[in-house]
Each structure stands twice: as C-alpha cells, then as structure tokens.
Design a protein around this ligand. Structure first.
Ligand code: FES
Ligand SMILES: [Fe+2]
Length: 399
C-alpha cells in the first residue's frame, strides 16, 4: 500500500512541490493544436499543475502561453484582444508578444522606453504531434521534446484527442497501465448475440482476444523496469497451450502505451497531465506507423473507441448557455469521461496475480524521480522505438 506520505509526494504538483518540480523539467501537453485553430483567434484559458495561464496563436501562427495577470494592473489577459502579433490587455491596452515582451504601451508617450522593462510571465511552447507542449521549468534547461512515435508519423497516420478525468494524475495513470481490469470493466455485457456483436463492432479487440480476457481474469504479470520507465507484461490463457500476452509501457514522466495491438494494428497511448491535484487532462493518441488511418477508423475513434472519449456535445452546449457571451470559456470544459460497458462479476482474482505489482513499481520510480528532480534525466526519445517494439500483444508459451 502507498503510504499517505508517499501519496502526497506523488500527487502534489503545484510550484515548489517535489513532483511539481520534477514534472516541470519536461515538456507537457497543454492544449490540442486544434483548440487554437487560427491566427489572431480568441485566447484560451489553460490550467496546468495548479497554474492559471492563457494561450493564444498570434498573427504568424506562433503559440504564446502567458501568465494571465497583466503586469500593469493585473487585469486578466484572457479578455484581451489577440491582434497583430500580440495579446493586448483590454484595460489600458498594453500589448504582449508570445514571449511575454511588452511591445506596445499606448498609455505612455511614443518616445518612452518604459515598455522595454516590462514583461508578462510566459512559458516556451512547441507544437508537436498536434499537441501544444509547454515547458514550465527553469530557463535554459529545456529537454528535447519527447520522441513518442505518434508524433513522428505523418498526420494522416495519427488521431489525437483529450479527455477530462476527475481524479489525480497518478490514479489515472495507474488505470492506463493496469491490464487486469479489462476482464471486468471493459468486458461487453449483452443479453443476446446480436447485441454482443454490435458492442464488439465498436471495440478495437476481436472476439478471440475478448474471450481470452473474459475467461482468464487472473493474468500473470512480469514487470521490467528500464531507464525510461517500465514494460509491463501480463499473460492470460488463450486457446490450447497458447498464451495471450498484453504488454503495456509506462514512459517517464507521465506517458503510457496501451497493450492491445497485434502486428499491423493501430497503437494507442496516453499522457496524463495534472490540472490540479484532483483533476487531470488525458491526452490520447492513436497511430499506425505503416499506413494512414482510414476514415471509418477515425469515426470510431471520434465516437470514443479505445483510449479516446466521445465529445459530450450536451456538456458543451450547457457550458455555452451558462456563459452565452463567452463561448471561448467553455472550451476547457468540452471533454467528458467515457463510461465503458461495465460489469462486476463474482469471479475473483488471485491477489498475487493482480496489477498492483506494476503500480507499486511505477510508484517507486515516480517517488525516486521526484525526490531528485535536478538530476532526473529520463530519455523517452532514446527509448521510444524500443518501447513500441515491446508494446502490443503476442502469443507465446508460458515459460
Ligand atoms: S491592466 Fe493591463 S494594461 Fe492596464
Ligand atoms: Fe480501462
């Protein structure tokens, strides 16, 4: 069991916390690129690790991420005007570029150089894999962007989304790397064959894999820690003497690759980003390194297949109705958690064979990493290809 002290260590991510300092040494997704669709469009609120920020895409297409408090009198820059390569405060018109530099100060004479001494707080951003990533750590220590494969393939090979999960990032991450719950939570529940067929048509798993997971709720785990995280293998009895292996990946600091793909199938992954200590965004990605995704695959992913969540349009319209003149404010509330078909049966799992082992190893790695943030040097780039080769499922004999 995780102690209360360790739980605090892992889940507190605000500024000056150990885990917060650790996370701030990595690039973190803060938005989907599609949430800032056009130059000079409306600014968007961002909240990450307890910090309130405002993002905007300037005239040249660059993304700025600023402290929303205007350095002049503290007006919120979310209500500012995004125009001509800068975000102009609505109160007295001071204007800031994507780096936070004050580039116009209409309340001062044109010859004044006072604006040169004014900066809004800002963080560097990059667009990568259709996400906007931000680095919130100390200047000059930016690492490489994570070389996750979904971001390396052409856009036609990739689908991305995000979903809100109402728990802390570590709880969400544990769910992502836990293979055992598939025998229960994600098992189709149906009263007829036709209904089961209909459910299966929406699933990314085929009949055999679903049956193996349903019939063997006691997967045997093998967890292999490495420099950049964990490989988590779980075997279930398949047909005859075969085994169905599902191998998921955890990559530091907060990425996970799902274990469901046979060779040639699509891969799925997630990155868990704290909003606060009780809420997180899950950035989701599906990709195929060998071919573009088909339109029907995209439709199923948009409808909530695999790691993705269907967009709850009713929630969006409710948010708009609550704030009719500020539809942009509803953008941060647009995703909803997916509720999968669920059934708790009377079957029990052997305690020694559940997924708690992998979660414990993951927690130990996080705790070690967060206790020495300045020395942490995980290298997901170097390990991304090895991770993919391990990710997915294969059948083999149990040794
Ligand atoms: S408060 Fe922003 S310009 Fe005055
Ligand atoms: Fe799940």
């Amino acid at each position: 069991m995780l102690s209360a002290e360790d739980n605090e260590l892992l889940t507190r991510t605000g500024p000056s916390t150990a885990m917060g300092e650790f996370f701030r040494r990595f690039w973190m997704p803060v938005l989907l690129s599609q949430e800032l669709p056009e130059p000079d469009g409306p600014p968007v609120r961002v909240k990450i690790m307890g910090e309130d920020l405002v993002a905007f895409r300037d005239t040249d297409g660059r993304v700025g991420l600023l402290d929303p408090r205007c350095p002049h009198r503290g007006a919120n820059l979310f209500f500012g005007r995004n125009e001509k390569c800068g975000l102009r405060c609505a109160y007295h018109g001071w204007k800031y570029d994507v780096t936070g530099r004050c580039v116009d100060m209409p309340t001062m004479p044109p010859e004044s150089t006072f604006r040169d001494r004014i900066r809004a707080g800002s963080y560097p951003t990059r667009e990568w894999g259709e996400f906007v990533w931000a680095y919130l750590g100390p200047a000059g220590h930016e690492p490489e962007l994570p070389g996750l494969e979904f971001a390396l393939v052409p856009p036609a090979h990739r689908f991305v989304s995000k979903k809100l999960q109402q728990c802390n990032w570590a709880q969400a991450c544990e769910g992502g790397i836990d293979t055992a719950h598939f025998s229960f939570l994600h098992m189709p529940v149906s009263s007829s064959d036709s209904e089961r067929d209909e459910i299966m048509s929406r699933s990314s798993a085929d009949r055999d894999r679903t049956r193996w997971m349903r019939d063997d709720a006691m997967p045997e785990f093998q967890v292999v820690p490495h420099d950049a995280g964990l490989a988590i293998g779980a075997s279930r009895r398949a047909d005859g003497s075969g085994l169905y292996w599902r191998v998921s990946q955890f990559l530091l600091p907060n990425h996970g690759l799902a274990p469901n793909a046979f060779a040639g199938e699509n891969y799925h992954g997630q990155t868990w980003v704290p909003i606060t200590d009780e809420l997180c965004w899950v950035y989701c990605y599906t990709w195929n390194p060998e071919r573009p995704l088909t339109e029907s695959e995209r439709q199923r992913l948009r409808a909530g297949q695999s790691v993705h969540a269907a967009v709850d349009d009713s929630a969006r319209s409710r948010a708009s109705a609550a704030s009719p003149s500020r539809t942009r404010a509803s953008r941060t509330a647009r995703a909803s958690s997916r509720i999968a078909p669920a059934s708790i049966s009377a079957r029990r799992m052997r305690p020694s064979c559940n997924s708690a082992g992998s979660c414990c190893v993951a927690r130990a790695i996080w705790a070690r990493a967060s206790s020495r943030p300045r020395r942490a040097r995980a290298r997901p780039t170097r390990c991304a290809r090895a991770a993919r080769s391990l990710t997915g499922a294969c059948r083999s004999r149990r040794s």
